[in-house]
Design a protein around this ligand. Structure first.
Ligand code: FAD
Length: 397
């Protein structure tokens, strides 16, 4: 070992959600832990998460809320360290939080409360965090791992890769974790941007641009999944909002998505009813009772929406209802890693222990958090995976 080399029990690359959780648990077991990160600050993604309020978990977490080539893999970790375990930790720190729709838990004040809690716990168990640390070389020497950085070198028997996915390079995301996995002969499922806004073909973009800023509660489906009663948001670049982000993780190039713009109303029944009660009322006036006004001329031709209800045939009413309940859009892509919340794909679960996250290829090497081919839905699931997988590795490293 070069003289400046630091010996420790556990080296963790990545000082964010999964890495800090693992560090705390290993530290509690009396292990000497060093966390390395190239960022100038720990937990940048925690700070920017949930619009600055960190949706740190969900009241209802099941394996169905995750996407993976091995849908069973996440079950063990999620059941060993559950949302209730994390909520207890948050309660111990008296962090105020609230529940939003679909069981999402957010801090009342700031995501910084969650990061401060993790850093306080790290400090209690003497975890050392080295920031602005560029990692140049990783090598295995006998049963040890050695990491060389610009100015230093570190050696340990356990090496934990917690350096996340590719989303938001501006927040220090990098492909290092995948490179390390490849170095140790791991299979990586192809990666792509998940929980990401969808972009539109030129003609749709031009047509829908005027709706920028409007959001509509909808049911949105693609070929593999349906998300009910979440908002879609029209933006000047395309479609966003929770319902679109959810579907984006399942969407594949060339496919259409289907939007039910009136999930709680039977449009045919509404129009038939009003036709008999208010035959002289124009279609646009009825529709503007249930949809944002600006949306109506984008969905239907001017001549149609100006018609009084009495002039609409049954066939016409059916067409209008279909358009409202099954509005089809064919995106031309996603906004990519620049704005994606997560990375789909990653280190193949079949080559990791679901109990400990240890590599089946290299003893003492662990992969946790987003780098693993486990991607959560929107709603606090990605952090729960980071806490659960980090906790599991922390019990054994
Ligand atoms: C805008 C946004 C909002 C989000 N909001 C939520 C939310 O509210 N709820 C939720 O559940 N999930 C949310 N997510 C997803 C969540 O942030 C991630 O899934 C989670 O942070 C993954 O944790 P991780 O520890 O695996 O990786 P990360 O949190 O990404 O941490 C990886 C760490 O590794 C470091 N690193 C990377 N490359 C290197 C390198 N080459 N050398 C050294 N260090 C390196 C990084 O600097 C970083 O500190 C959001 C994501 C984004 C982008």
């Amino acid at each position: 070992m070069p003289p400046e080399s630091k010996r420790t029990d556990v080296l963790i690359i990545g000082a964010s959600a999964s890495g800090l959780m693992c560090a705390i648990e290993a530290g509690k077991r009396g292990r000497k832990v060093i966390v390395l990160d190239h960022a100038n600050k720990a937990g940048k993604k925690i700070l920017m998460s949930g619009g600055g309020r960190c949706n740190f978990t969900n009241m209802d977490v099941t394996a169905e809320n995750f996407i993976s080539h091995n849908p069973h893999f996440c079950k063990s970790a999620l059941s060993r360290y559950t949302q209730w375990n994390f909520i207890s930790m948050v309660n111990e720190f008296n962090i105020a939080y609230h529940e939003r729709d679909l069981g999402k838990l957010f801090c009342d004040d700031s995501a910084k409360d969650i990061l401060d809690m993790l850093l306080t716990e790290c400090k209690k168990v003497n975890v050392k965090i080295h920031l602005k640390c560029e990692i140049n070389v990783i090598e295995s020497i006998g049963s040890d791992y050695r990491i060389k950085t610009m100015n230093s070198s570190f050696q340990s028997t356990s090496l934990v890769i917690a350096c996340g996915g590719l989303s938001i390079p501006k927040m220090c995301a990098s492909p290092l974790g995948y490179k390390i996995a490849e170095q140790f002969d791991h299979h990586i499922w192809p990666t792509s941007a998940g929980l990401v806004p969808l972009t539109l073909q030129k003609h749709d973009k031009e047509k829908l641009e005027v709706l920028s800023g409007i959001s509509v509660e909808s049911n949105v489906s693609s070929e593999r999944i349906e998300f009910n009663k979440e908002n879609i948001l029209f933006t000047h670049r395309g479609l966003s909002g929770p319902a679109i982000l959810q579907v984006s993780s399942y969407w594949r190039s060339g496919e259409a998505i289907n939007v039910n713009l009136l999930p709680d109303i039977d449009a045919e029944l509404l129009l038939k009813n009003r036709q008999s009660k208010q035959p002289n009322t124009k279609l646009k006036n009825i529709l503007s009772e249930v949809l944002p006004k600006r949306l109506i001329p984008v969905l239907f031709e001017e001549a149609l929406i100006e018609q009084p209800l009495q002039e609409l045939s049954q066939v016409r009413i059916n067409d209008i209802a279909n358009q409202l309940h099954q509005w089809e859009v064919r995106p031309n892509g996603t906004e990519g890693y620049r704005t994606a919340e997560v990375t789909l794909g990653g280190v193949d679960c079949d080559e990791l222990s679901s109990k400990t996250m240890e590599s089946k290829k290299a003893k003492g090497l662990y992969f946790i958090g987003e780098i693993v081919d486990v991607t959560g839905w929107l709603g606090g699931y990605n952090f729960q995976w980071a806490w659960s997988s980090g906790w599991c590795a922390g019990q054994v490293v």
